[in-house]
Design a protein around this ligand. Structure first.
Ligand code: MN
Length: 509
């Protein structure tokens, strides 16, 4: 886990003032050092915390905030007011700060030392009101931040900081994220399209088009020996019928061609420095040159597992979102995937939605070792026998998310879901999950549809709505959460209230 985020750090800045004299400053510093060390040694934080000293004046606050902005390693700032820290001294620094902010409301000592507490102790340990003073100026200045309240040694407090850290890492990663679109959107599809300029302004990532012909230049250069080696890796990593290894068969050739497509895609993504991509099943290269003979579904599955963002049919918003989910998920065990609402199963309280795609589901969510199979796929420009990984997802709870463009803003829609055991699908050999949206199918799907949600979403077993709340706060986008307590009438009220809020709050539109 530490490995995944070792290039990043989060800064810890303690608020104080010089009113109480030099001894107080020394004590505040010693306490802060001990707390940061304790946080780092807790084993619960995925990103290293670096103590940046106490800020005792407007000049010191401004200096540390500017330094945070300019340090690429720094992905967020935690503030905590040890003593009373008059908040006007935070104004200029907060005006400068461009990195995500977490305000930690805690205290060095856990309990009141009833028998020994005197006025000196009171002056020194003033988080109770120092943090309210700081909170006031943040609210007054409309500073977006996460507020975590709790004793710094406690698991719940540390876990909430850990969530924010993972979101900060994904946020930092997104600021130089390039998504490459091989082909355009699927024609006429509205929900997967949107304003790419505003997406870059608001969420950081950049979206470029790349003609399939350029991808095919990389495809033409893939070496046969490298393809052979990758095919051998497939046979080692995945269950498969022994006959699939028979080089004289069409099925083997299809696996081989899939491996070649994967190598071409990886090569061009690396060359361009891209973190994600989209495909379009109608745009696979011209047959008079180098071309894909089948949808590169297996390649998409494997590249997703490797961390490349992926969206099908030109869905660049999902590609960027999946990359973020994958980054946040680093070191966590459940796994994540791009998914699509495929087919409904009405079954009373267990009514559920089959999640799949033609082929492109990430094997990180598989319950068992995926199976490499080749079957006919009758969609797209090249209907063909097509290689793919077949599996069903783990049973368990998770959270799925999507971003839609409402014309004047982006809306993040989040739904808690429960993956249940599917029945076998002998005639539909694709990867899939079967889930019941919370609070139930009727309300969950109804709320999602009212919110304008896509048929594509990015799912994770490990992430919770708290991650998405932190992300929406940092990005300054709307978030609606469909969970066990959602009712349609309250949800509709929320959508209507948000409409007014974002109409009035032009800074967020
Ligand atoms: Mn789709």
């Amino acid at each position: 886990m530490e490995q995944a985020f070792s290039q990043y750090e989060v800064w810890f800045v303690t608020g104080a003032q010089l009113l109480y004299g030099g001894d107080a400053v020394i004590a505040v510093d010693a306490h802060s050092n001990e707390m940061v060390e304790g946080l780092n040694n807790s084993g619960r934080l995925p990103v290293k915390v670096v103590y940046k000293g106490t800020a005792n004046s407007s000049k010191e606050v401004e200096a540390v905030m500017k330094a945070a902005n300019n340090d690429d390693k720094c992905i967020g700032v935690i503030t905590w007011m040890h003593t009373f820290s008059p908040a006007k001294m935070w104004i200029h620094g907060l005006q400068q700060l461009k990195k995500p902010l977490l305000h930690l409301h805690t205290q060095y000592n856990k309990e009141i030392p009833w028998d020994t507490m005197d006025m000196d102790f009171m002056n020194l340990n003033q988080s109770a009101h120092g943090d309210r003073e700081f909170g006031h100026i943040c609210t007054r200045m409309r500073i977006r931040r996460k507020v975590v309240v709790g004793y710094w040694k406690e698991e719940n407090t540390q876990e909430r900081i850990a969530v924010w850290m993972r979101v900060c890492a994904a946020w930092a990663d997104a600021q130089d994220m390039l998504i490459i679109r091989f082909g355009d959107q699927m024609n006429n599809v509205a929900v997967t399209d949107g304003d790419k300029v505003e997406a870059e302004v608001r969420m950081g990532y950049h979206v470029d088009y790349c003609p399939a012909s350029e991808l095919m230049e990389y495809h033409a250069q893939v070496k046969d020996a490298d393809v052979d080696a990758l095919v051998a890796t497939y046979f080692r990593e995945y269950d498969h019928d022994k006959e699939l290894e028979d080089k004289s068969t069409e099925a083997y050739q299809k696996v081989w061609n899939s491996a070649k497509a994967e190598l071409a895609l990886r090569a061009i993504l690396k060359a361009k420095g891209a973190k994600g991509f989209t495909t379009n099943f109608d745009d696979l290269g011209q047959t008079d040159g180098s071309y894909f003979d089948q949808i590169p579904g297996l390649a998409s599955q494997r590249l997703m597992a490797e961390g490349y963002g992926f969206g099908a049919e030109g869905d660049w918003k999902s590609a960027a979102l999946y990359r973020m989910v994958w980054v946040m998920n680093q070191g966590l065990s459940g796994g994540c995937s791009f998914l699509e609402d495929y087919t409904l199963n009405f079954d009373g309280a267990n009514s559920a939605i089959l999640q799949a795609h033609m082929l492109e589901v990430c094997p990180l969510i598989a319950a068992k070792k995926p199976r490499l199979e080749v079957h006919f796929l009758g969609i797209g420009v090249r209907k063909s026998q097509t290689a793919r990984l077949v599996f069903t997802s783990k049973v368990g709870t998770g959270c799925t998310a999507t971003v839609v463009d409402l014309g004047n803003r982006f809306r993040l829609i989040v739904n808690d879901v429960t993956c249940i055991e599917p029945k076998p699908l002998p005639k539909l050999p694709v990867a899939s999950a079967l889930w019941i949206p919370q609070p139930n199918f009727e309300v969950g799907a109804g709320a999602w549809i009212l919110a304008g949600g896509t048929h594509h979403s990015c799912f994770s077993y490990d992430l919770t709505a708290e991650y998405w709340e932190d992300y929406a706060e940092i990005a300054g986008i709307e978030m609606v959460h469909i969970d066990k307590d959602t009712t349609i009438s309250d949800f509709k009220k929320e959508l209507r209230m948000n409409e007014v809020y974002y109409m009035l709050n032009k800074a967020l539109c």
